[in-house]
Design a protein around this ligand. Structure first.
Ligand code: SF4
Length: 357
């Protein structure tokens, strides 16, 4: 079969940033890089390391549009190949061997195509920092080129959402233009801990930002980090995180247990003994304290590999389901508390250590 398109595909690519939330991987979102890296780079547990600590850069609207155009051509070529081969299932066997190792953008578009091309994620760490009119142009262009898109999502810093220039009306305009879900790194609702980790935002600002995002009509995912306060701040971390999340009432709360990451200031403090990690059972007790005090109507998710996992025979298993829609609250709150109870009955030595992960 003549598949000249396979060779043509190799000529096209677009820029893809290093990370996206796990749920966007699960949704096989098309990745469009709206900005490069993180405009803050100073959180003690992260330090911009996922972006190699590279300097933040805005991208021009034209540059982003060129990437969207490239994604369109790649999709069209993939559609031709798929049609010639008689369907996606048969195309997988032909396309994957050609593009498995390199050609990240072709792989991204092919996965996107295989899963109905419904969702787009705007990279990198804080697309809301773009001038609103530029972001509006990008959103409108995306919808124009790919009219079947149902969801466009992005990371957003709470601090950026609180900026006066990001008025409620402007945020509503972004939502109407297609930006449907925001992923915000809350990490903790405790002011002492927010200061310690250098998040650059207070708990009041977190609440303001979260409520503003919801009022503008966005679906809101808030990420918190069990164990981030170590032994010293565990209790206040749990209680104040529940307090702030209750005040925001986000659609999704996503748990991502803190583990020290090399190249960050918090890793160095941990190595020197100035920061003490919780034991596996202490982590579960902290999650339990947060959950007991949580009073929201939304989904509580544990969709990250860092969440508690334990050895079972020769394999290992996560304590909570890894589902991107997690547990519906308040209906499944008791279920989550029961899982935690069972988790506390499992010997601590069976939990997967930081080194293993
Ligand atoms: S804002 Fe996000 S990406 Fe930037 S340093 Fe903090 S945690 Fe890392």
């Amino acid at each position: 079969m003549d598949l000249l398109e396979l060779e043509k595909l190799k000529r096209y690519s677009f820029e893809i940033g290093p990370i996206r939330p796990p749920s966007e991987g699960g949704s096989h979102s098309l990745l469009i890089r709206a900005t490069r890296n993180c405009p803050w780079n100073l959180c003690k547990f992260c330090y911009g390391t996922p972006y190699n600590r590279d300097m933040f850069q805005l991208r021009s609207v034209n540059e982003i549009k060129r990437d969207i155009d490239a994604a369109k051509i790649i999709r069209e070529l993939l559609e031709i190949i798929t049609k010639k081969l008689g369907g996606i299932d048969r195309a997988v066997g032909v396309i994957n061997p050609h593009f498995l190792q390199n050609y990240q953008s072709v792989r991204n578009v092919f996965n996107w195509l295989c899963f109905s091309s419904r969702s787009v994620f705007l990279q990198d760490a804080d697309s809301l920092i773009m001038p609103i009119n530029n972001l509006l142009q990008v959103l409108r262009y995306l919808k124009q080129i790919f009219p079947n898109i149902q969801r466009i999502t992005s990371y957003a810093r709470a601090k950026t959402l609180t900026q006066k220039i990001k008025t409620l009306d402007k945020l509503k305009e972004l939502q109407k233009a297609g930006l449907s879900r925001l992923h915000v790194g809350l990490e903790t609702g405790d002011d002492e801990l927010l200061k310690y980790i250098n998040k650059g935002v207070t708990s009041e600002e977190h609440i303001l930002a979260g409520r503003k995002a919801k009022e503008a009509g966005f679906e809101l995912s808030e990420y918190w980090m069990p164990s981030l306060g170590g032994k010293a701040l565990s209790k206040q971390h749990a209680l104040n995180t529940a307090r702030v999340l209750n005040a925001i009432n986000p659609d999704f709360i996503r748990s991502r247990r803190f583990l020290p990451h090399m190249g960050t200031p918090l890793f160095d403090e941990w190595m020197k003994g100035a920061f003490q990690l919780l034991t596996p059972h202490e982590v579960l007790k902290e999650i339990r304290m947060m959950i007991v005090n949580l009073d929201i109507t939304g989904k509580v998710c544990f969709d990250h590999a860092n969440n508690p996992a334990f050895r079972l025979d020769s394999s290992y298993t996560w304590l909570f389901k890894q589902d991107y829609n997690g547990y519906q609250f308040p209906e499944e709150k008791t279920k989550v508390l029961n899982i935690l109870k069972k988790g506390l009955e499992i010997d601590e030595s069976l939990y997967i250590s930081r080194r293993f992960i």
